[in-house]
Every structure is written in C-alpha cells, then in structure tokens.
Design a protein around this ligand. Structure first.
Ligand SMILES: Nc1ncnc2c1ncn2[C@@H]1O[C@H](COP(=O)(O)OP(=O)(O)OP(=O)(O)O)[C@@H](O)[C@H]1O
Ligand SMILES: [Mg+2]
Length: 1106
C-alpha cells in the first residue's frame, strides 16, 4: 500500500509560511533560519517556493529524490523544487496548460541553479527514447555554452549570469520534449572592456586561454598568459573551485552535442581571440600639420594579427580607427578621431563584436533545438533573469536590470492575486479584497511612453544639439520631480539630502531605493558604433563576422538611427511580459543567506532585506487574506478521520460529508472554515494547528492502543507457542521414557531367555552325547562281530579256490598229454629248421628293403645312417655303413678335375705335414691355396721381377723377413719356382736373394699359431754363406706345403724336412741362434712379435690360443 504522507509530517518550523503563527517578519525570518540550519532550503508560501542558497551541494537532488517526488501531490511531501517542477509538468501534460517558471532573486541567490534543477527534473521524468533523449540532451547542453559566454565572476557570484534568459521548452501531447526556444535579454557588454575590481570578464576568455591546446592557441595567435591582455582583469583571474581548462572541454563538448559544426566553433573562437587582440591595440596622439588632433596606432602587431584572424584588410581597419565618416543626406564628411575617440571606437567595436556574437550563439542554438514537428505544442517557459541589483555605483545596466525586476514583481503580484481570486471563484468562496503594495506606479515612472525615464532618455539621445548626461538629468528633474518614487537633489524634498549627489537620481524601487549615476546613460543608450567600423567589419572574409555586422553592407546604407538600447529592452520586456501572462505561473523566489558565498551562514539582515523587497510577507498575507489553508476533501478526511468516531476507521459516504461530520464533531467555529467545491478552506492557521494537535494526540492514543493490542497479541502468541512447545516436549519425553523402559524390559527378557535356552541346550547336548556313545559302542561290537564272520568266510573261500585250481591244473596236464599223444604223428623231423630259415629270410628281406628306401644323402660329410632293427644284425649294419661311405666318397672324387685334384693333393699333404702338429693348421683348412697372390705375370708393377725370374712362379706372396739383429720384420716378395726360392724387394721388385731348392736342407716352424718359418740351408752350399732365412707369412701352411712338394720333385726324391718344434736353431752367418716360441701377450696385439734377446736367443711371443 502506498504510504500517503503530508507536508505537515516531521516539519522543521513550518514548511508553508502560510501556516506561520503568529505571522510577523521576525517569525518569518526565524522560520527560514530554523529550516536553513536543518538543511531545509525550500519553504512554501502556498504554491510559491522560497529557495535559500545553501552554497554547498546537498544530497537532495539524487535520482531517488526524483522518483520520490514524481507524480506526488504538491503538499504531499516536504517542500522541494522538484515538487514545483512536478506540479508544473503534470499540469502541462495532463491539463494542457502552458506553464512558466519564474525564478527571481538577487545576484547569487541561486536562480540559474534552480532553473537547471527544474530542467533536469523535467528531463528525468518526461518520456524516453532515442529521439527524445537527443532533444533533452541538446536542451540541457545549451546551458554550459551560454554560461561560458554570458556568465562571469562578480563580487556577488562566481558564476553570475550577465544576461537574462528565458527558455521555452516545447512538449507534445504525451509530454515528450520536442525542442525549445531561448530568448536572451541585454548582455552586460560593458564587462568586455572593463570589469569592476575583484570581478572577471566573461568565462570564455579564461577558459580559452587555459584549456585550449597549444596548437589551437597558435592558430588563434594567442598567448596562454592572461597578463598579456588588457581586457582581462588580473586580480581575480583564477577563481576558487572553477577549473577553466576543464570547463573549456565541457563547453566544446556541449557545442558539439548542441550541433555546432567544427568550422563554426573555430569561427567563434577566432572572434573571441579577436576581441582579446582588439583590447591590446593602443593609440598615441599624432598632431597633424593643419593643427587637428589625430591618433595613431602604437604597435600594429596586434592589429595585424587580429586582421589576419578575421580576414580584414589591415589598412581598412586602421583607417576606421582614425576617421569617422558622417553621412547626412547627400553629404559625406570625414573627421579624424583623437586618442580618446579612438579608444572609444575600439571599445565600442569590442563590445558590439562580443554582444553580437552572443546573440548569434543564441540564434544558432535555437536553430538546433527548435521543435521539428509542426503540431501544436505545450510550452513550459523557464525564466532566469538577472536579479535585482544595488551596487555602490549603479549605472544604466543596473537601471535596466532593476526595471526588468520591477516588471517581474508586478506580474508576480498580478498573477498571484489573480490566481488566488480564480481559485476562490472556482471553489465558490466569497472573495474579500486585500491591501498590498502595487509597484505599477514605479513601472510607470520608468516605462511611461511620454513621461517615463526611458522615453526621456531616448528623447535626449535623438535630440539635435549637444546632448550630455547632465542635460538628460536636468530633463528628468523637471519632468519626474513630483513622482513619489523619484528622488533628485533638485526636487524640493531633497534639496538638503547630501546622500544624493547632484549628478545622480534615486528611484524607490519595490525592493529598495537605488541611487543611479547619470554618467554614461546617454552613451550606453545610444550604443553607437561608428559606421566606418561596421563597414570595415563587413569587409572581412570570415563569413561569421560579416553576418554579425549587416549594417556595414554599403548596398544597404540606412541613415535611420538604430533603436536605442533602452527602447529595445523595453520592447523585449514587454513581449516577455505578454508571453508570461498567457501562461500558468510557478514561482521560485531565491534568497541568498549571506554575502560571503559561504555555507552555514545566515545573515538575518541580508535575508530580511530580500524578504522585504521580494514582497514575501505580502505574498503570505495575500495568501492568508481569505483562508490560510486549503485542502481537498479526500486527503483532509484521510488525515483527520481518527478525530471523530463516526469517520473512524472508515467513512463510507462522500468525502465532503465526512469532513462536514468531522468539523461538526470537533465543534470548530463555523466562521473558521468554508466549504469549497472540492476543498475545505481554513481561515486561520490556529485552526489547522488545533486539528494537527488533536491528530497528534489521537495518534498517540492510537499508537498506545496499537501497542497494547500488539503486546497482548504478542504475549498470547508467545504463550500459545510455549504451550504448544510444552506439549511437543512432553510428548517427546514420554516417548523417550517409554522407549527406555521397553528397552530395559527387552534386554532383561533376552537375558532370562538366553539362560533358559542355554540350560536346555546343555541338557540336550548331554543326552545327545550319551546317545552317540551308545551308538558308537554298538557299532564297534557289530564291526568286530562282522569282521570275525568275514574272516572265517574268507578262509573258507580261499581253501575252496585252492582246491578248484589244483583240480584245473591236473585236468590241464591230463588234457595236454592227451592232445600231444593225438598230434605227434603229424610232425616231421626237420620241420623246425625250415621254419627258422624261412623266418630269418623274411627278416633279412625286410631289412634290406627298408635300408633301400631309407638311404642317406650322397654328401661325404653326411653322418646319418638308419638305425639297426635287430641286434643280431649289428656287425652287418656297421659294415654296410662303411662300404656305403667309401662308395659315395669314390663317387664324389670321380667328379674332380685335374687342378682340383692337385689342390686336394696339396691340402692332403698339408694335412699330413701339420695336422695335430701345428696350431695354425685348422684355420688354414678352409682357405684355398691360391699360389700367386701377387698375380706377378699380370701386374705390370712386377714386370721386371717376372722377367728376372724367368721360370713359372708357383707361389708369390709378401712375407716378412726377420732382421737378424733386432728381430724386426722387412716386407719381401717370396717367389717359389720349380727350382728356386727368391726373395725380392717389395717396392722395387729387385731380387735380393735366390736359393736353389736343392740347397734347402729343411724348414723349421713352431707348434703354435704363428706364421714364422726358418729356411735352413745345407751347410757348404753356395747359398749358405749368408745364413739361414727367418721369415713370417700369413700363408705359412701353403708356403711350406708347396715348398715340400716342389722340393721333393726338384731334389730328386730327397725331400725337404719339415721340423715342427718350439725351439730350433738357425744359422745366422757364423752364429747359431736359438729361436724360441713362447706364449704371451705380444705388444702388437694379436700377431706374434719377435725380439732378439741376446746373441743366442731370438724370442717369438705368440698370442695365447683360447
Ligand atoms: N541549490 C543549490 N545547491 C547548491 N549550491 C547552490 C544552489 N543554488 C545556488 N548554489 C550556489 O550558488 C552559486 C550562485 O548561484 P546562481 O549562479 O544560480 O545564482 P544566480 O541567482 O543565478 O545569480 P546571478 O543573478 O548572478 O546569475 C552557484 O554557483 C552555486 O555555487
Ligand atoms: Mg544566474
């Protein structure tokens, strides 16, 4: 259920000043202060919102707050600007009433902030969607752009709006924003060229210099240093809490969102830069020959840069600063400008340039944000106009501003009263007239077409002849002297008033008296810009500046004077007022609590002053004049129904009747209230507070009642819960106790049972054991008895069997005897031998046939032979095997050729010589004897040797000849022919020694696996002179065998002996040396090595045979 609250709940002070009791200025201020101290910055006067500037951010503008105030009635929640915005927006959307929000207050009171809050609230609650969001964003982003160009730091406000702004936001029938139109009022352009002490020029200058990139500044020919520019006051260039550089980025971004093109932004910045440059142009006097005053530009650099920026020809502008051309009908007169006039012209140009740029910006923004759809719009206008200003030195601007505020005050009074009146009529309540101060007379003093100050100023400005501020003041004095709100030293009443100087006049505004200095009024009203300057500007190549000075177009020279500033302003204010009058007004009255821009400080005198001139007290009085408080019947009944038994808790009838019953029951005097059509009107706040007090008491009683019932309910619920719990607990306990008891009984029973069963079982066991023993005894006895009987039977059977066998044998013998006797006559004497022979013959036949079919292979080395079948054939079987082997060897030999035969013969001879005698022999068996290893006859290398030998070479091989002195070997070619042995040099082939075979006595070799052999020569032979040869060869067996065979043939049956022994003597020249073979590990690995040990011993170590 939605909780309905009221403004009256939790009020700090009173939320609505109408309810203030007693109503006095003091109580009014005290109430504001009380609320301000509690951070309640908003207070109502009926539907008007008073806003105190808190000078710090409060957490009351969050999205949650927006939701809280959304679609709630105005008085439903505590006062807030959102409540007003919501009310305005809902009336616009739901009742189709155009709205305007008038925000007034003096400078720094928070008008601009309030206008932004209203806009952001409306943006938050109105429709959503891509297009709508874009519109909203553009509307909101127009603010930073205008603030940069139109706001400045003043002594009163760091972000003071120096122009008036009225923005119409347009909505469609659904309440979605379509676009907007901004109107601007009188920019304070004098600020461009001069700022009061402690104030700044417009923000944009500082923002540009601080925030633009170096590149941009270079393009704009600017320097970051503020001090370089005459138009920028330095004493407050940096403002606390203002980040110019960051703001510059925000502004650029906002311009982009609003829809400015990049070249437009660039042109705008160029114009801003041009204004700064303009300020730096200085003049010096230059006397002409004809005696007239003339001025010259001191340093033309700034002028040159400015002209480059705007695309103006330098000479044109220079001339415009030196001459002034006055055109009158057909005449054109040029006069020179003196230094003061030149400065005046420069400043006028700067002011015009800037103010026209500002107006162009507003127009350009309007172009972007204007509503696209042509349908009928609903409009919400937000007016944020400069507040009432009273300075020490008030000039034309303050006069204009204060005039505007007068008009606003007037419209406020008119509309408030009218609204009040309308409500009374609407509700059918009688209207009583109210006394209030009407400022229409002050407005008349200023704006009257004949006698008004503005009219007189215009008259002066247009009058031919010498016109000065003094002549204007004189005129004022003569015409307005009698006006009750005009004060001047010349009027009789103030002749002696020294606070009123002669050069000033004073107006009693609704907000207080303001003293205006007449100086500058005429000039400012004229707002003159020499035509030469506007023409020079028109000649610029930059399109924007051309656009800003259309009057400079020579084709459209207009000799008519342009309307004065005053009349322009009056006209625009008039339009604004007419516009506002067609709309439903909503007021926000801003008050600033102190002059220090500080939070938490409430300066009563300052607030009092504002309360007075804003006419807030009157506002309350007007509101209270008839009835102080009004409320619709439903919420009223809802709020107070508990005060009467008949309406509490429910009233079934119409709300009005309920309220009537309520009022009657409470005995409220009838003149204290009136029944409207939809609302009850309460005359006096006292009555409301009486109702509130009764309600508070009643609520307390109700609270007590609720508490009582609640406590009772709570205790009963507690008791019931305890009771229920107790039953549950006892049930559980009983169950538990029974379970325990059952378990005890069960275990006792089991015990008794087990004892009984045990006893029974033991008894049964005993019986069974006894029975078993008896059965075993019976079985044993029976077994013995059966055994005795069986053995007896066995003995009997055996005896019987023996007898039967004896009978059978005797019977058989007898039968055999009888058969032999019967068949003896059929046998001959040699029948046995014949059977024997036959049997043997059969056996042999079978044996041979078996042998035939089982013959082994013909290879002589095959060892297979069939097994013998009968032992008596053993000898024959072996003999047959031997014969078969010899036969197959013969068969094998018969296949040999002659050469192969010779080879085998040699092999056979080698076998005879060495088998089982020399360890080297077995390894030579499978080596074929090649004979000519060196292929002497074919190898051209041995051609010489071959021819030297002449005979057929039987064997040619390389051998080692052992050196007799040290036992080392030298390679030699060993040749064997039929008759000789030759030893030749291996490299040259030269024969070193030749030994005829008959000279060889013997050959000595060892029993081991070495290749050493000694050729021993016959003593006394021709070859023996050199001594024996000790040689070694890899083909020892072949060499010796061939030597032996050849020697036998050559020496006519006298064979060469082959001695096989591990020690033999060799004749070396004269000495006999013993060659001894030992088994050892020779140095050179696996081959034998020879070493001369001493004169008599040559030791050959042969590797061990495995
Ligand atoms: N509701 C607010 N919450 C917080 N600060 C505020 C609020 N209203 C105003 N201020 C502070 O006060 C300063 C002045 O407010 P603002 O610029 O709105 O004054 P103004 O009435 O528009 O003055 P001027 O007439 O000079 O333009 C703001 O810059 C801001 O710091
Ligand atoms: Mg402002």
């Amino acid at each position: 259920m939605e909780v309905k609250t009221s403004l009256l709940d939790n009020m700090i002070g009173v939320g609505d000043m109408v309810l203030l009791e007693p109503l006095s200025e003091d109580s009014f201020i005290a109430n504001l202060k009380n609320r301000f101290d509690h951070n309640e910055i908003y207070t109502y006067i009926g539907s008007v919102v008073i806003s105190m500037n808190p000078y710090r951010s409060l957490p009351i503008y969050t999205p949650d707050k927006v939701e809280e105030y959304r679609n709630r009635n105005f008085y439903e929640l505590s006062p807030h600007i959102y409540a007003l915005a919501d009310e305005a927006y809902r009336s616009l959307r739901d009742q189709d009433k155009d709205q305007c929000i008038l925000i007034t207050g003096e400078s720094g009171a928070g008008k601009t902030e309030a206008s932004k809050l209203v806009m952001s609230y409306v943006a938050a609650v109105c429709g959503k969607g891509q297009e709508v969001n874009k519109v909203k964003e553009q509307l909101l982003q127009s603010n930073p752009v205008l603030e940069a160009f139109g706001n400045a730091k003043t002594v009163r406000n760091d972000n003071s709006s120096r122009f008036g702004k009225y923005m119409d936001i347009e909505f469609d029938f659904k309440g979605d924003p379509l676009g907007g139109v901004i109107s601007n009022y009188l920019l304070e352009k004098s600020r461009v060229v001069k700022q009061p002490r402690g104030e700044r020029n417009f923000h944009v200058f500082y923002q540009l210099l601080s925030g633009a990139s170096d590149d941009t500044l270079k393009k704009l020919k600017l320097d970051r240093d503020f001090s370089k520019y005459n138009y920028l006051s330095l004493d407050s260039a940096a403002v606390n809490g203002l980040d110019d550089a960051a703001n510059f980025r925000t502004v650029r971004n906002a311009m982009q969102i609003v829809g400015f093109m990049e070249d437009e932004v660039q042109s705008v910045l160029e114009l801003v830069a041009a204004v700064l440059k303009l300020g730096n142009i200085e003049f010096k006097p230059d006397s002409r020959s004809n005696g007239g005053d003339e001025s010259r530009i001191k340093d033309k650099n700034d002028l040159k840069e400015m002209c480059e920026l705007l695309g103006i020809e330098q000479s044109v502008l220079e001339r415009a600063f030196s001459y002034r051309t006055v055109e009158a009908k057909l005449e054109k007169v040029s006069t020179t400008l003196n230094v003061a006039q030149a400065y005046y012209a420069r400043d006028a140009l700067a002011k015009n340039l800037y103010s026209r740029l500002f107006s162009w910006l507003v127009t350009r923004i309007n172009e972007s944000i204007k509503a696209q759809a042509k349908t009928r719009h609903k409009v919400m206008g937000v007016l944020d106009i400069y507040g009432f200003e009273i300075f020490e030195d008030n000039s034309f601007e303050q006069f204009i501003i204060n005039y505007c505020n007068e008009k606003l005050q007037q419209i406020f009074i008119e509309l408030t009263l009218r609204e009040e009146q309308e409500e009374y009529i609407r509700e059918g309540i009688e209207w009583t007239n109210i006394e209030y101060f009407n400022n229409a007379t002050i407005c008349d003093l200023i704006e009257n077409n004949q006698t008004g100050i503005l009219a007189m100023l215009d008259e002066e400005c247009l009058r031919p002849g010498t016109v000065t501020d003094e002549t204007f003041l004189d005129k004022l004095n003569t015409i307005c002297a009698e006006h009750q709100h005009f004060e001047s030293r010349l009027s009789k009443k103030f002749l002696t008033d020294h606070s009123l100087p002669h050069s000033c006049f004073r107006i009693q505004h609704y907000a207080g008296k303001v003293l205006y200095r007449a100086e500058g009024f005429v000039d400012k009203n004229n707002d003159l810009l020499y035509r030469d300057l506007s023409q020079a500007m028109y000649k610029a190549t930059q399109s924007l500046i051309k656009q800003l000075f259309p009057e400079g177009n020579p084709a459209k020279v207009n000799l008519k004077r342009p309307p004065t500033a005053g009349s322009q302003f009056k006209a625009s204010v008039g339009t604004l007022m007419r516009n506002l009058q067609t709309k439903n007004p909503n007021y926000i009255r801003c008050i600033k609590p102190n002059d220090k821009k500080a939070s938490h400080i409430f300066t009563e005198s300052l607030v009092c002053h504002q309360v007075r001139y804003l006419g807030l007290m009157e506002n309350v009085r007007v509101r209270r004049a008839g009835y102080a408080f009004r409320q619709a019947y439903e919420p009223c009944l809802e709020r107070y129904k508990m005060l009467c038994k008949r309406t509490w808790p429910h009233w079934r009838g119409p709300a009005r009747e309920g309220v009537e019953v309520l009022m009657a029951d409470l005995q409220v005097p009838t003149d204290e209230f009136a029944y409207g059509r939809s609302k009850i009107f309460i005359r006096n706040p006292r009555t409301l507070f009486f109702l509130e007090e009764r309600r508070r008491q009643c609520l307390q009683d109700l609270a007590t009642l609720i508490q009582k019932i609640y406590r009772g309910w709570k205790c009963r619920a507690q008791f019931l819960l305890l009771k229920k719990s107790q039953i549950v607990v006892s049930a559980w306990y009983r169950r538990y106790a029974q379970q325990k008891k059952y378990q005890r009984i069960k275990s006792a029973t089991t015990l008794v049972q087990s004892y009984t069963r045990g006893w029974q079982a033991r008894k049964l066991l005993r019986q069974l054991k006894y029975q078993k023993r008896c059965e075993e005894a019976v079985t044993t006895i029976a077994a013995f008895w059966h055994g005795t009987q069986a053995r007896r039977e066995l003995r009997r059977l055996k005896e019987e069997a023996r007898r039967k066998h004896a009978v059978a044998v005797i019977w058989a013998y007898w039968q055999g005897l009888k058969v032999r006797r019967e068949y003896r006559k059929f046998f001959r004497a040699n029948a046995g031998k014949k059977i024997y022979d036959f049997t043997i013959q059969r056996i042999m036949q079978k044996y041979f046939l078996g042998l035939k079919s089982n013959m082994p292979p013909m290879s002589p080395i095959d060892k297979n032979w069939p097994t013998r079948p009968y032992r008596f054939l053993d000898g024959a079987h072996k003999e047959l095997r031997r014969i078969f082997h010899l036969w197959r060897c013969k068969k094998y030999r018969s296949q040999f050729t002659e050469e192969k035969k010779a080879v085998y013969e040699e092999k056979l001879e080698a076998s005879e010589l060495f088998k089982d005698k020399k360890a080297l022999y077995p390894s030579s068996v499978n080596q074929p004897f090649k004979g000519d290893y060196l292929e002497i006859s074919k190898n051209p290398k041995y051609q010489k040797l071959n021819s030297a030998v002449e005979e057929k070479v039987l064997l040619a091989d390389v051998v080692n000849k052992i050196n007799r002195a040290n036992g080392k070997g030298t390679a030699r070619i060993f040749l064997l022919t039929k008759k000789n042995v030759f030893l030749a040099d291996q490299k040259t082939g030269q024969v070193k020694a030749s030994v005829p075979l008959p000279d060889l006595a013997s050959v000595s070799v060892s029993t081991q696996s070495d290749g050493f052999f000694a050729l021993r020569l016959k003593e006394g032979s021709a070859s023996a002179i050199k001594g024996d040869f000790l040689l070694s060869s890899e083909h020892l067996i072949e060499i010796i065998t061939k030597l032996h065979r050849t020697g036998a043939k050559a020496t006519d049956k006298e064979q060469i002996n082959v001695d096989i022994s591990d020690e033999f003597l060799v004749q070396f020249k004269q000495d006999k040396v013993c060659v001894k073979f030992i088994q050892g590990s020779p140095k050179n690995g696996n081959s034998a090595s020879c070493k001369r040990k001493n004169n008599r011993l040559l030791e050959v170590s042969v590797p061990m045979t495995a």
